[in-house]
Design a protein around this ligand. Sequence first.
Ligand SMILES: CCCCC/C=C\C/C=C\C/C=C\C/C=C\CCCC(=O)SCCNC(=O)CCNC(=O)[C@H](O)C(C)(C)COP(=O)(O)OP(=O)(O)OC[C@H]1O[C@@H](n2cnc3c(N)ncnc32)[C@H](O)[C@@H]1OP(=O)(O)O
Length: 162
Amino acid sequence: MAKTTAGKVSITPRPPVDLSGEAGWVPFDAPALVGESLRFVSGEPDGNRFRVRYYRDGEQHLQARIWFGPETEGPPGHAHGGSMAAVFDEVLGLAAWAAGYPIVVGNLNVSFRNLLPLQKVVTVESRVVSAAGRKVMVHGRICHGETVYAEGECLCITIPGK
Ligand SMILES: CCCCC/C=C\C/C=C\C/C=C\C/C=C\CCCC(=O)SCCNC(=O)CCNC(=O)[C@H](O)C(C)(C)COP(=O)(O)OP(=O)(O)OC[C@H]1O[C@@H](n2cnc3c(N)ncnc32)[C@H](O)[C@@H]1OP(=O)(O)O
């Protein structure tokens, strides 16, 4: 933390983080699919909130590598639950779009399983598990290795005319 000449507090940018994917993952260009609107989570790739990179795995599932920066803090030293919910809203909604469904999120259930330490790179896995009529169900989890930090169940509703 440092004071600028105008007296405002500025937060020192953190160094680059490794958001590389696993073998067989292919980078996924989210803005090319849905435009530049995903700024709440993905908008500051060098900032201190989230840093995100999207991939598709060998089975075409959307995967995200996400760094939860210091500005996502909730419990001291750990990510705010709402920050994890925001990540699920974007990643699971985007997973439905990537699977060909023009949707908005109608309902999102999040189970917080473990406190997520700040400044950790985690993986957000996603699976489109069903599609019936206008309802598309997408499941996901925020995890690192064997540790699951949160699980999300997302009911997406297709937008008529899109
Ligand atoms: C001007 C609109 C622009 C829309 C966006 C356009 C383009 C988007 C372009 C790019 C997208 C960019 C990024 C995409 C990637 C990630 C996005 C992030 C995800 C989000 O950040 S997105 C924001 C948060 N999201 C909302 O802001 C939604 C607000 N909301 C609504 O817009 C309506 O509420 C809607 C459309 C959901 C439904 O409204 P509706 O009138 O079209 O349809 P209806 O109510 O009849 O529901 C039909 C059937 O779904 C069931 N159903 C509905 N809602 C349910 C619920 N909550 N729980 C359980 N079941 C539910 C009903 O029970 C019925 O089921 P049944 O047919 O069996 O009766």
